[in-house]
Design a protein around this ligand. Structure first.
Ligand code: SAH
Length: 349
């Protein structure tokens, strides 16, 4: 990776320190910071900065700009899926989605993933590396550039496990939320985790106003163990205790993601058990139709069964919805585009 500091990876106090260090006035930092979050990638577009300072910045810093390697656009609903490449050859997926209430972008937090969930394409080739906060920010800015639309909501739900890269993801959230930076409200930021308990605890302390989603996918350890190796380290009982503690501390409703896999976790018995275990918690269950990934050999549940599962949860007082399938005409489950492309660059292990 490039050794010059990436301006997109700097919080305002860091930029201010850098300005002082090079003998510039502190307020210059704010001007540069503003430019960075307006999506500028060429130093010469920073029109209120002197030519001399622009030259210094050019020489000593970079502005990470991922290259658009591929794009898929849904004719049906406006979803756009981008494959962005970084200078070291790693590529990540970023998805732009349109909702009634605004535009949302789903960002990746790592190139690859080491959690190894059985149904997921992102972990098939393991973890390549963590993304920096600046690289994750660059996904948001590049999605704005490519879509031509303002982003109102950011979900950290693409490739990678955000709490396996906590420090960089936390910095990304601070940059995104910073009033003088991107200025996105905490309420419009959602992080999804496979259940790393120490991360959940830190997140409750650091970002009590942001949203948390947990990829649960099973009602008990027996089933969860067969789907998610992480359950060996963080089983359901302590995980759900950490979730309860999170809701009590933050008063925020937690979302449980539950991907329905035919014959595995989609029975009425599973729904009843799930309802029992979530009973009384400030939560919501988001049922996700499985995107079939050919490498996993798993099959999704049909719509009728998904509805029956949802009804059981609702009858037990657990609010549940079936996630709207966006971009279904542009194929590719999360991680598949990247997997196909990265196998061209790095042969599969
Ligand atoms: N590591 C984080 C965020 C990335 S995965 C997490 O586990 O939450 C984002 C969501 O997509 C998770 O709920 C994940 O379980 C789900 N997912 C992964 N592969 C999928 C597939 N093939 N079909 C449906 N959902 C999938």
């Amino acid at each position: 990776m490039c050794e010059k500091p990436d301006l997109r990876n700097m919080e305002l106090p860091e930029l201010q320190q850098m300005m002082e260090h090079i003998g510039e006035k502190k307020f210059r930092a704010e001007q540069i910071y503003k430019w960075i979050f307006s999506g500028v990638t060429d130093f010469d577009d920073m029109t209120n900065i002197s030519a001399e300072l622009r030259a210094k910045l050019k020489e000593n810093t970079v502005i990470t700009q991922p290259e658009l390697l591929r794009v898929q656009k849904s004719e049906a609903d406006g979803t756009q899926k981008y494959l962005f490449g970084f200078s070291d050859g790693n590529a990540v997926e970023t998805v732009f989605m349109k909702y009634k209430y605004g535009n949302s972008v789903c960002v990746s937090s790592q190139a690859g993933c080491r959690m190894g969930c059985r149904f997921c394409a992102s972990g098939i080739d393991g973890l390549r590396r963590n993304l920096t906060a600046g690289e994750i920010i660059s996904e948001v800015l590049a999605a704005e550039r490519e879509s031509g639309e303002k982003i109102n909501h950011v979900v950290v739900m693409g490739t990678g496990e955000p709490f396996d890269n906590y420090g960089n993801v936390a910095k990304f959230i601070r940059l995104l939320n910073s009033p003088k930076g991107f200025g996105l409200s905490m309420r419009n930021i959602t992080v999804s985790t496979c259940g790393l308990i120490p991360g959940i605890e830190k997140f409750a302390r650091d970002f009590p106003q942001a949203n948390l989603a947990i990829s649960l996918h099973a009602p008990n350890d027996e089933i969860r163990n067969t789907m998610m190796p992480v359950n060996g380290s963080y089983p359901m009982k302590p995980l759900l205790e950490a979730c309860r503690a999170y809701t009590e501390k933050t008063s925020r409703r937690i979302t449980f993601e539950y991907t329905l896999v035919s014959g595995k976790n989609d029975t009425k018995e599973a729904a009843r058990e799930l309802a029992r275990r979530l009973s009384g918690m400030l939560c919501h269950v988001n049922l996700i139709p499985l995107n079939a990934v050919k490498e996993t050999g798993l099959k999704g549940t049909d719509r009728k069964n998904a509805e029956a599962f949802m009804k059981v949860l609702e009858s037990k007082g657990i609010p549940a919805t079936i996630r709207r399938e966006l971009g279904s005409d542009i194929d590719a489950a999360c991680g598949q585009l990247r997997l196909a492309e990265s196998r061209k660059i790095h042969p599969a292990k």
